[in-house]
Design a protein around this ligand. Structure first.
Ligand code: SF4
Length: 186
């Protein structure tokens, strides 16, 4: 067995939908060894091999596996989180046990594109981030040459909905992002 146990350690408002919750669970064992095998057997994963993260999309929800913790987004309550964590634990252990019969997949799968980011930026090209246009900022962001916090406008109330979706997408793709108060979140 690769993963023996998990424990919910933080429950926060969901970035994309404040009516839902985001849960962080610490896990008893390092699980990154199973990521390329899960990436090979599940559809639509986002695998970031250098960052050791794998995001699984299921029923419109996002579950991101890190080497030592798991984050779950867009959940109704902690009961749902416990059910999903139980499902993930079984999935991780079964896939690990069967790994000799699976061809590992180290590809990134769905890659984050600058245009996807651009659509969720304010679109005013105000230049306050130091770039001439929002599209130029999006290109730099996807290449990790700038940080989302440089777009002050995005963190205003007017853009709360767009910001939430964009931060979820960035987290799912293995980027480190801040919360609405610009504090770094796990
Ligand atoms: S600060 Fe934000 S809105 Fe202004 S140009 Fe940069 S990305 Fe666009």
């Amino acid at each position: 067995m690769l993963l023996n146990s998990y424990k919910i350690t933080r429950t926060l408002p969901c970035l994309a939908d404040p009516m839902k919750i985001r849960v962080i669970a610490d896990i008893s064992d390092e699980i990154h060894e199973v990521f390329p095998y899960l990436n090979a057997t599940l559809k639509g994963c986002i695998y970031n091999h250098p960052a050791n993260t794998l995001t699984i999309k299921k029923d419109g929800k996002l579950f991101t596996l890190h080497a030592q913790h798991i984050t779950l987004a867009k959940l109704e309550d902690e009961k749902e989180a416990e059910e999903i964590l139980g499902w993930l634990k079984n999935l991780i252990n079964e896939t690990y046990e069967n790994r000799n019969r699976i061809e590992p997949n180290f590809s990134k799968g769905e890659e984050l594109k600058a245009l996807d980011i651009f659509k969720l930026l304010p679109g005013t090209s105000c230049k306050k981030c130091g770039e001439l246009t929002c599209l130029a900022f999006a290109v730099k962001l996807v290449g990790r040459d700038t940080e989302i916090t440089k777009c002050d406008l995005l963190f205003s109330e007017k853009y709360q909905a767009k910001r939430g979706v964009l931060l979820e997408i960035l987290v799912a793709a293995g980027y480190e992002v801040p919360n609405a108060g610009k504090e770094k979140i796990p």
